[in-house]
Design a protein around this ligand. Structure first.
Ligand code: NAD
Length: 272
């Protein structure tokens, strides 16, 4: 269902790789709500080609940008304003990658140049994106910037590895930059902490199937899907959430406030 919540709003969406991507679902929902946007992803992800389908479906243009490159981001911001015909109202940062996770390296035995690469892609890129927007005065007043995160920033999930530290850093950047963006440009900055979701990035985490099944059983409302995340993001881009900023917002079916659930207890109670 469409509520026209984003009619007349213009934005940039990072991170749509394939139809499972949270950013892909978000682009579809933003389009349905009347928003216009530029799609962007790392040049290597572009070569996989699927993003063209999404661009066609949503009437969007694609500008490749490696989110770790200040030069690419400067070009992205300039070109997006040209294409969209003015300043930007919303930005989704939906980017994550850990080389240590990809290569199965234990948290206790990291290869630090891989760790650095993961931090640059997953967290510092958010600072670089906001810096490019801020320095170019590219955001409209009452605009909204959202990045996606995971609860391993607050609690221990051993297999999430160095991504846990990257997410803690990402959430801190949202607060720190969000202060300046709010004070100087009246722009809000938030992170959404999403349930485990079956995407390319999600499934890269060791033991993901057990992880997602456990979260499902722990959460009174069950896991939030990629579409649920897209819908929540739409509300944060809309004018209905104008003074929500510097927040880490859980979209997780209640998981983050649970201790234990009946469904999980059942696995441990001895059967008579
Ligand atoms: N899937 C989950 O379980 C889950 C849960 C909570 C949060 N998140 C977060 O959601 C976000 C989106 O991930 P997803 O699950 O949709 O997976 P995904 O694999 O579909 O998306 C990750 C995206 O990051 C992009 N990317 C990687 N390196 C990049 C770079 N250098 N420059 C620009 N883009 C780059 C990839 O091309 C890809 O499009 C990530 O921040 C992820 O950590 C995912």
């Amino acid at each position: 269902m469409s509520y026209n919540l984003l009619k007349g709003k213009k934005g940039i969406i990072f991170g749509a790789l394939d139809p499972n991507s949270i950013a892909w679902k978000t682009a579809e929902r933003v389009h349905e709500e009347g928003g216009e946007f530029v799609l962007t992803n790392a040049p290597i992800a572009m070569r996989m080609g699927q993003i063209n389908e999404l661009a066609e479906k949503t009437g969007s243009q694609i500008i490749p940008a490696d989110a770790t490159s200040e030069e690419d981001l400067q070009n992205l911001v300039e070109k997006s304003m040209e294409i969209l015909g003015g300043k930007i109202d919303f930005v989704l940062h939906s980017i994550g990658m850990s080389v240590n996770v990809r290569k199965g390296r234990a948290y206790t035995d990291q290869k630090y140049d891989w760790t650095q690469k993961g931090t640059d892609v997953s967290a510092m890129s958010f600072h670089k994106v906001m810096s490019a927007l801020y320095k170019n005065d590219a955001m409209n007043e009452w605009g909204s910037i959202v990045a996606l995160t995971y609860m391993a920033a607050q609690r221990v999930f051993p297999d999430y590895n160095d991504m846990a530290d990257n997410k803690a850093y990402l959430e801190s950047i949202a607060r720190s930059f969000g202060y300046f963006f709010g004070r100087d440009k009246k722009v809000r900055v938030n992170t959404i902490s999403q349930s485990p979701t079956p995407t390319t990035a999600g499934q890269g985490v060791k033991g993901f199937d057990g992880f997602i099944a456990y979260a499902e059983k722990m959460s009174p409302l069950g896991n939030a899907t990629a579409l649920d995340c897209a819908n929540y993001t739409v509300t944060l881009f809309s004018d209905l959430t104008k003074r929500v900023t510097l927040q880490n917002l859980f979209n997780d079916g209640g998981f983050s406030n649970m201790g234990v659930s009946d469904a999980v207890m059942e696995a441990f109670v001895e059967k008579e």
